[in-house]
Structure formats: structure tokens, C-alpha cells
Ligand binder design. Structure first.
Ligand code: NAD
Length: 540
């Protein structure tokens, strides 16, 4: 069990504390959306107060949640969330919309997804800026996230003409044995704060060409991205005289998420988030024999072999450890260095960190490389972890402190001196903390890579072909993402993305991940006048 597991109740109470503080001190007129610097938010159709439920029309009868900008702690705007009753109206509308959508030929559905990609292109900059302002990642990454959704739309358009079935040779004369894929129905998407739009994009673009209606619940701390994205998608649907509820939104908290997990009308629940919450969601879905696709926490190691190119290692490691302020599921959390290069890499890494700390700041500033942590809860997790590291005899080689300025900024942190199997090292703290471990050999490093509960991303730097094939082979990395001479983060959409063990086993995006959004029918058609049985069985 993670040491500082992210509990939804903890998030909620912290969000409420921050929100009530702002309610006392901030009137809607003072929301950032009314500051000229943030006027781009209005280009996305956002207002100071927004409705957070869309089931063909906009509504929301739950609490108002104030969305906080992590780089200054101020309220951006507020969203009226959905209740479980609102959720019920969303599922009903989704089911009705599905019966229209599933009738459309897949290439026609692809044409709608192509238009969604174009609509996103038109809003690339303002939407990318919103991702930065609300999540806290730097602008190129905010824009990159929207670009990822656009790319997956392009990919899904191609897929809409290639969703292939199969014909197998039948052993019976006059028979045809086929495999056909049909849509599932309504699928649910629950997403995490750190990729507030791309995860929805990966799921929805592919699910839509597959013929599913999509019901989305984003993170309660990034509701503005959910609302702005749904406005773009719904405008395309409505312009094409299709039911808007093909892509339904229900902003809300754990109550809405729990309702989705328990609901047999949700044929597949795609959940992205922490392993602790994902475990509960998986069990709930399994109780009703539903399908789930789990994309959970990682604890990603980057191994540096004796023969690695150290220049490449340092450059790759800085990006992988401090990029997105350590808030990527694929962030490098363990750096396993061969003893022959350990000291050199550590020294050079510390020098590189000294440079990047001058580039911590407002994610919208083009000089910034590292933005803030996302929330007060993230900050608390970081500080708790640092205290525990010191208590357990870890050495802070770099960083380790909160930065005294508005917002939720911390120093990127390098830690040595903890054993490879310490519970702290085995826990995913979602912050820019990397544990450096000294190893005797590549074999030992691979064993350490595999000994953690999570199995998302992994990477080795080496020039040896023997090491490479050991790493990608049966006794190599047990992760879903297995890289060589590139960092653990920064995956492309063409491959299937996801991980093993406590990362949940799900796969999204490329390759044959689309199959999870469809049901497989094995079909035998007898076009003869005889009734032969398989395996030559005679029943006469
Ligand atoms: P989280 O688990 O706290 O929340 C994720 C989502 O679950 C949110 O929408 C939240 O509202 C919802 N939720 C909370 N309680 C629920 C419940 N009981 N039932 C149903 N839904 C519930 O995660 P987070 O803090 O938003 O995100 C960070 C985590 O996500 C990290 O562990 C990170 O590694 C992981 N993540 C994984 C991937 C991946 O592809 N493997 C990608 C992004 C993030």
C-alpha cells in the first residue's frame, strides 16, 4: 500500500478548504478569467461561473467548485458540478445517443472525429494555455497535450476504415468461420488531473470511431479543461445534427466515479489515476462482471549501464525527473547507476539541476521549464515524503524544500542513501523526487527495476547489444513501456500505452488497443445443407 496514498476524501477536504478560503476573499469579479492576461479563457466559451454537466444540454445541480491556478493560488473560475442524479440523466441520454451513433458506418464516425480534430486545431493555443493555467504544466506541454488529442483524432480517422475482422478456415465443409467486432455501447472515462485532456482524447477518439458513446468524469481539480473540451466536441456533434450526448460530461467527485463503477450500463470503464483508487474501481467493476481498462500509478526506473553515453544520460534524466514537476505517470523516480558511472552522473546531474532551478516559474512564461505542483495536497505529499526520507537516513543531494512564493512550487530533489528496497523508494510520490541507487551490474539493476509493485515505464542506457536484448527479453523489464537510450517519459501515440502489475494492465492509444472498446463475436455461418459437428463428432 502506498505510504501517502492519495485519498479522494483528502483531496476533497483540501479543495474545499482552499475553495472556502477563496470564497471568503474572492468575488467572481476577481476571478482570473476577468483579468486581461487570461482573456483567452473566454475564447473557449468559459465564464466566471460554468455549468459542469452536458447530456445534450448544459446543466449542473451539485456544488460549485472553484478551480485554483497552481502557479498563484488564485481562483480561475468556478464550475457547478453534477450530482449522482445528474449522472443518471447523462447515462440515459448516452444510451439514447448510442443507438443513433452505432448505426452510423465507422468511416462516417471517423469523419466526425476528423472534424473534432480540426475544431481542436482551431483552439490549440487557448486550450493549451488553459491546461497550463489549470494543471500547472508549462505551455509547450499544455499545447502538446492538446496536440496529442489532435494526433489521436487523425489516428482514429484512419482506424475508422481499418477496424478489421477476420475469416479463419473452417474445418467443416460449407461453413465460414469469422470474427467481427461490434461497439460496446456507453463507455465511461474517469481521468486524472495530470493529463486533463490527453487521456480523454486517447479514449474518446478511439471509442467514438468504434461506435461507442462516451461519458466522461474528469478530475475535480481540472473541471475547466473538461468543460472547455466538451464545448468543442459537442459543437461538432450538434453542427452535424447528431445527439450531443454521444460525448457526455458529468463533472463531479468520487460520488459520480463510484456510481459509474457500479453501473452495469457502463460497458467499459476506463480509469486513469492512482493505484489506490484504481484498485477499488477495478474491484467494483469486476463485481458486476463489467470491463475495465486501468491506467494507474508508476514507479519508473532509468538504468545506466557501465557503457552508457553519459552526455545522453544527463540530458534525458533531467527531462524525465523534473519535467512536468515530476507529475507524469512516466516520470523517472528511480535512477539506477552502475558503480563505475555513479559519481560522475550524480555530480553532473546536480550541476544540471542548479541550472534548471532558475527556470522555475509561471507555466505561461516562455522561459519556464518547471511549473508548480498541482495542488496543496501534492505539496503536502512532497513535504511529508521529504520529512520521511530524512527520518529514514536518506541524503538530500539537491533540493528538498518548498519554494517561498505564491502557488505550490517546490525544488526538484535528488536523494541518495536509501536502500533499493526501502518502502519509500517503492512508493510513487507524485512530485519531482528521484532516488539514486548504486548497482554492481545490469542483472542486479533489472532485478531492482522489477521488484516494485508498479510496472509502467522503464529505460536502460547502454551501447551493448547483449544488454539491450536481455532488457527487452523474457527476463528483462516487466513494465508495459520498455525503452532503450531514451527517457522513461514521452511516449508516442502509435504504440499501446500502459503498464503491468499495480499499474493495472490496461492499454490505450495505438496498436490494437481499439479492441478493448469493442466486443468480439466469433461467427460460424453454415451455407450448406448439411449439419456436420466440429471435431468430427457424430450425434446420430
Ligand atoms: P486519483 O486516483 O486521485 O484520481 C483519479 C480520478 O479518480 C479523479 O477523476 C477522481 O475524481 C476519481 N475518483 C476518486 N475517487 C474515486 C472513486 N472512489 N471511484 C471512482 N473514481 C474516483 O489520481 P490523481 O491524483 O488525479 O492522478 C495522479 C495519479 O494518476 C498518479 O498515480 C499517476 O501515476 C496516475 N496516472 C496514471 C496514468 C497512466 O497512464 N498509467 C496517466 C496519468 C496519471
Amino acid at each position: 500500500m502506498p505510504l501517502f496514498a492519495t485519498k479522494s476524501t483528502q483531496i476533497l477536504s483540501l479543495c474545499k478548504k482552499v475553495a472556502s478560503f477563496h470564497r471568503m476573499s474572492t468575488s467572481t469579479g476577481e476571478f482570473l478569467i476577468n483579468d486581461p492576461k487570461y482573456s483567452f479563457l473566454k475564447d473557449l466559451g468559459l465564464k466566471a461561473t460554468n455549468l459542469g454537466v452536458y447530456d445534450g444540454s448544459w446543466k449542473g445541480s451539485g456544488d460549485s467548485v472553484q478551480s485554483i491556478c497552481p502557479s498563484n493560488g488564485k481562483v480561475i473560475a468556478e464550475v457547478k458540478q453534477g450530482t449522482v442524479d445528474d449522472y443518471q440523466s447523462c447515462v440515459k441520454a448516452s444510451e439514447e445517443a448510442w443507438s443513433v451513433w452505432a448505426e452510423l458506418p465507422a468511416p462516417k464516425r471517423g469523419e466526425i472525429v476528423r472534424q473534432i480534430g480540426d475544431a481542436l486545431r482551431n483552439k490549440l493555443q487557448p486550450l493549451g494555455k488553459l491546461v497550463s493555467v489549470e494543471m500547472g504544466k508549462i505551455l509547450p506541454e499544455g499545447v502538446g497535450e492538446v496536440q496529442e488529442y489532435i494526433d489521436i483524432c487523425d489516428y482514429a480517422v484512419g482506424l475508422s476504415r481499418t477496424l478489421a475482422g477476420a475469416i479463419y478456415p473452417s474445418e467443416r465443409p460449407g461453413h465460414v468461420l469469422m470474427e467481427k467486432w461490434n461497439p460496446l455501447g456507453v463507455i465511461g472515462v474517469i481521468s486524472a488531473f495530470n493529463f486533463p485532456i490527453a487521456v480523454y482524447g486517447w479514449n474518446s477518439a478511439i471509442a467514438m470511431v468504434c461506435g461507442d458513446a462516451v461519458l466522461w468524469k474528469g478530475s475535480e481539480t481540472t473541471p475547466l479543461v473538461s468543460v472547455a473540451t466538451t464545448k468543442i466536441v459537442s459543437e461538432v456533434l450538434e453542427r452535424n445534427h447528431l445527439p450531443g450526448a454521444i460525448a457526455t460530461l458529468c463533472c463531479g467527485g468520487a460520488d459520480v466515479g463510484k456510481a459509474m463503477a457500479a453501473d452495469p450500463r457502463i460497458k467499459l470503464l476506463s480509469f486513469t489515476g492512482s493505484s489506490a483508487v484504481g484498485h477499488n474501481v477495478g474491484v467494483e467493476v469486476q463485481k458486476r462482471f463489467g470491463k475495465h481498462l486501468l491506467e494507474l500509478g508508476g514507479n519508473n526506473a532509468l538504468i545506466v549501464a557501465e557503457d552508457a553515453d553519459v552526455d545522453m544520460v544527463v540530458q534525458a534524466t533531467v527531462f524525465a525527473c523534473v519535467g512536468t514537476a515530476g507529475q507524469r505517470c512516466t516520470t523517472t523516480r528511480r535512477l539506477i547507476l552502475h558503480k563505475s558511472v555513479h559519481d560522475e552522473v550524480l555530480q553532473r546531474l546536480k550541476k544540471a539541476y542548479e541550472q534548471v532551478v532558475h527556470r522555475i516559474g509561471d507555466p505561461l512564461d516562455d522561459k519556464t521549464l518547471i511549473g508548480p505542483l498541482h495542488s496543496p495536497l501534492s505539496l503536502q505529499n512532497y513535504e511529508n515524503t521529504i520529512t520521511e526520507i530524512v527520518k529514514q537516513g536518506g541524503r538530500i543531494e539537491f533540493g528538498g524544500k518548498k519554494i517561498a512564493r505564491d502557488g505550490f512550487f517546490v525544488q526538484p530533489t535528488i536523494v541518495t542513501g536509501l536502500p533499493h528496497d526501502s518502502p519509500l523508494v517503492h512508493n510513487e510520490c507524485f512530485a519531482p523526487i528521484v532516488y539514486v541507487l548504486k548497482t554492481e551490474s545490469v542483472d542486479e539493476a533489472i532485478a531492482w527495476n522489477n521488484e516494485v509493485p508498479q510496472g509502467l515505464s522503464s529505460s536502460i542506457f547502454t551501447q551493448s547489444i547483449g544488454n539491450i536484448f536481455k532488457w527487452i527479453g523474457p527476463k528483462g523489464s516487466d513494465c508495459g513501456i520498455v525503452n532503450v537510450n531514451i527517457p522513461t517519459s514521452g511516449a508516442e501515440i502509435g504504440g499501446a500505452f500502459g503498464g503491468e502489475k499495480h499499474t493495472g494492465g490496461g492499454r490505450e492509444s495505438g496498436s490494437d488497443a481499439w479492441k478493448q472498446y469493442m466486443r468480439r463475436a466469433t461467427i460460424t455461418i453454415n451455407h450448406s445443407k448439411e449439419l456436420p459437428l466440429a471435431q468430427g463428432i457424430k450425434f446420430e
